[in-house]
Design a binder for this molecule. Structure first.
Ligand SMILES: Cc1cc2nc3c(=O)[nH]c(=O)nc-3n(C[C@H](O)[C@H](O)[C@H](O)COP(=O)(O)OP(=O)(O)OC[C@H]3O[C@@H](n4cnc5c(N)ncnc54)[C@H](O)[C@@H]3O)c2cc1C
Length: 383
């Protein structure tokens, strides 16, 4: 067993920690208040090599391993939780395109994703199919040299700022989830309409619905083989769920660090708050829970780097990472007193933002189903 990071990974963490502290944290609340997606920061992440971590060097990526990608998720999460979507989406979509798309699509999209010039989202969820992703109803019908897409995607991150989406559709509805395929669909194709939501958090991620009305997508935009879309994305979730755990842990750890500084200097009854176990023990509890999830996440990423199965590790991190982080941030808010309840401090926004990823990419129950299937057996699943 070896729990150490490489020298290169340590250097990368140090560089990103500084970047997050100096350039992200001071503006974290600004994009939320002004309801802006800071595209210039997506480009900055491109310059730092963060967008292309899971994209090979030949397509202008950094060709890094999954553990290094986890470091980026955690450290960016300390500065600006919403920018961690760039780490996660680009890693997930970069892998899907690189592993399954044809050469022309890779050449067209991967360098632009790596540089941050283009923002690409992933669209699976529909109004009647979330946890049960195999139940999607959007269809793609082959006509000549195009596929015609019709349907509605809902809850999609970067819906109103995305330049394109990897969209999952039914190409053979009668086959159930074995009839699903994926396409890359530029947002400016005729018939694509994106409408934003008024969300409680993750405002700069501009979540929304995508309406597809007779959208003609060239057949070469299909990613991978027809009807193989479901298995492709399910493997990708094993990566995104580990990254999400670390994104949330980053935001929560930053909150804990800020709170520790606060309770050392804030006094009640002539003593620093930190001297009371009623204050220090909750901090210790959350710190410990976050550490446990963090190391399970790096273990999962390491397993992925070794080509070993990591679905249940990933599901456990996605279930408990956002939950423990929400619990920690909530406690930090209380320990900072009434001022933390104002919009002058970042804690209320972190709470709103991190709650989003208790749902996005699969709820606690969805992830428990994955673990149950593995440790109890798929013959006992109810779906
Ligand atoms: C911040 C955010 C970002 C998102 N980004 C994207 C994105 O980029 N792309 C995308 O495609 N989607 C995205 N989503 C959508 C997200 O993936 C879905 O919301 C999620 O999968 C849950 O689906 P649902 O909302 O339809 O809930 P439902 O599936 O209707 O579930 C509702 C509740 O019932 C529970 N439940 C459902 N089935 C079972 C069961 N069998 N046993 C026990 N409990 C069950 C669920 O856990 C949940 O608590 C995002 C959502 C959020 C909040």
């Amino acid at each position: 067993m070896n729990f150490s990071f490489t020298e290169e990974q340590d250097y990368f963490r140090k560089m990103l920690k500084e970047f997050a502290k100096e350039e992200l944290l001071p503006h974290y609340t600004k994009w939320d208040r002004e309801e802006i997606t800071p595209r210039h920061l997506w480009k900055k992440l491109g310059e730092l090599g963060v967008n292309g971590l899971r994209i090979p060097v030949e397509y202008d990526g950094s060709g890094a391993d999954c553990v290094t990608t986890g470091i980026a998720a955690e450290e960016i999460g300390r500065g600006d939780f919403n920018l961690t979507y760039a780490v996660m989406l680009n890693a997930l979509i970069g892998e899907i395109i690189n592993n399954h798309a044809r050469e022309e699509l890779k050449k067209e999209w991967l360098p632009k994703i790596a540089s941050g010039e283009k923002i690409v989202g992933i669209a699976i969820t529909e109004p009647s199919a979330g946890t049960d992703a195999g139940g999607i109803k959007t269809t793609a019908v082959h006509k000549g040299n195009v596929y015609v897409l019709n349907g509605e995607k809902s809850g999609i991150s970067v819906a109103t700022c995305g330049d394109a989406f990897v969209i999952f559709v039914k190409t053979e509805p009668e086959l159930g989830n074995r009839g699903i395929s994926a396409f890359i669909v530029p947002a400016n194709l005729p018939g694509v309409e994106c409408r934003g939501y008024k969300d409680m958090g993750n405002i700069p991620i501009s979540r929304g619905s995508i309406y597809l009305n007779d959208v003609e997508v060239p057949e070469e935009y299909m990613i991978g083989l027809q009807n193989k879309g479901f298995s492709q994305v399910m493997n990708g979730f094993d990566l995104s769920r580990l990254l999400i755990g670390l994104q949330c842990v980053g935001a929560a750890s930053q909150s804990i660090d800020e709170t520790i500084e606060h309770v050392k200097v804030r006094h009640s009854f002539n003593k620093p708050l930190a001297t009371y176990q009623g204050v220090s023990f909750p901090i210790v509890t959350h710190y410990t829970q976050l550490e446990l999830v963090k190391w399970q996440a790096y273990r999962g990423l390491w397993l992925r780097d070794q080509g070993l199965n990591h679905s249940k590790e990933s599901a456990s991190v996605k279930w408990l990472g956002p939950k423990y982080s929400v619990d920690a941030i909530h406690e930090c808010l209380l320990l900072n007193g009434h001022y933390a309840y104002t919009k002058e401090m970042p804690l209320e926004q972190r709470l709103r933002d991190v709650i989003g990823l208790e749902i996005g990419d699969g709820t606690a129950q969805a992830n428990m189903m994955v673990i149950a299937k593995d440790i109890i057996g798929k013959e006992f699943r109810s779906y």
